[in-house]
Design a protein around this ligand. Structure first.
Ligand SMILES: [Zn+2]
Length: 357
């Protein structure tokens, strides 16, 4: 990125972000702190990357050269801010590479590029996050939205994890990928409360992973009941991020695949409204949902509806695992959990914060 462009974008970012400040946060170094009450759905930050690097590159020397070359184009202030960022890799790599590996999220779920954001990189993790991060391809920025009302003085954390998980699994993932032990509100619950929460987190994970097969193989009411249970569990766990629009989108797909256009429209509206809260009304994913609200029958699953009542068993098998003929027409009708996440999250960056070269 050219120096002038990056500086202009930084100034633009600063002009709209008086609602937060980067401050020292107890036991976490620096973090984002609300300077006034921030209402749920507010866009807290929209920031363009100041550096971009290829993900999955095996030649670390080449990646280092790319980073150093781009660093030279930055202003002195930006360079200073860059070297002040956390480096979780110690002396395993040169500082620029270590800093990038610690702080660079992918620019979209399937992107071959990662980007460094001077402000967004300061945002800490919490398993009970009150903000959602998303890469918004349309505006070329990472966006941070409040997914709960945030009080003045409260920290603004996102989650670095891709899905709900019990305490031990969360700690393992965070330690392996991000090298820290989480002591957030959820991870600090007393034993009994933690066990109750773990049960719900596990159920959320299980439903999320099985919703395609149970929903489509078992009929519309069973499918929608799974989504209802999922939404109740998310509510009990205080999860208000993109898990909500994803659940409504599941309900939409179940309804439309069974030809229930009326309920499909309602679920599309709810998915859209929840997605606006987490990403704003200008994200590519929100735009797609807006189209579905107007024309729910444009969705792929509507083509399957006539087959469901007559051949539920056959359809369920085709939907879930493909018909075995290896033709693409039967595959992918009901996506796997990962495919669903990609479709629904689109450019959501929450699944992987760290760059894997
Ligand atoms: Zn935690």
């Amino acid at each position: 990125m050219e120096k002038g462009t990056a500086e202009t974008q930084l100034k633009e970012t600063e002009s709209v972000t008086r609602q937060y400040a980067v401050r020292p946060v107890h036991s976490k170094g620096q973090g984002l702190v609300a300077m006034s009450k921030i209402r749920k759905g507010t866009r807290i930050l929209a920031e363009a990357p100041i550096l971009k690097v290829p993900r999955h590159a095996s030649d670390l020397q080449a990646v280092s050269s790319i980073i150093v070359k781009q660093l030279r184009t930055l202003s002195r202030d930006q360079q200073t801010a860059f070297f002040e960022l956390h480096n979780a890799h110690g002396k395993r790599h040169d500082p620029p590479l270590g800093i990038m590996k610690t702080n660079v999220p992918p620019l979209g779920s399937d992107s071959y590029e990662g980007g460094l954001f001077l402000t967004a990189s300061r945002i800490n993790h919490s398993c009970r996050n009150n903000a959602q991060n998303t890469w918004n391809e349309k505006i070329g920025c990472i966006t941070i939205h409040a997914v709960k009302d945030i009080e003045e003085g409260q920290e603004v954390p996102i989650t670095y994890l891709g899905q709900a998980a019990p305490y031990a699994e969360r700690q393992r993932s965070l330690r392996n990928k991000f090298f820290f032990d989480c002591k957030c509100e959820l991870c600090s619950l007393p034993q009994v409360k933690r066990e109750e929460s773990d049960g719900r987190q596990q159920m959320i994970q299980d439903i999320d992973e099985s919703i395609g097969s149970s929903a489509f193989g078992g009929g519309i009411e069973i499918g929608l009941k799974s989504v209802r249970v999922l939404l109740e569990l998310l509510d009990q766990e205080g999860i208000t991020d993109t898990s909500i629009p994803r659940a409504y989108y599941d309900a939409f797909q179940i309804a439309i695949a069974h030809g229930d256009k009326a309920r499909a429209k309602v679920f599309a509206e709810r998915a859209y409204a929840a997605r606006v809260i987490a990403e704003g009304d200008d994200s590519p994913e929100t735009t797609k949902l807006k189209r579905l609200v107007k024309r729910p029958t444009e969705h792929l699953s509507i083509a399957l509806a006539p087959l469901l009542p007559q051949q539920p068993g056959k359809m369920a098998r085709a939907l879930i695992s493909g018909c075995g003929c290896k033709a693409s027409h039967h595959r992918s009708a009901i996506p796997t959990k990962r495919q669903r996440q990609k479709m629904q999250d689109g450019l959501d960056t929450r699944t992987a914060k760290s760059l894997r070269f």
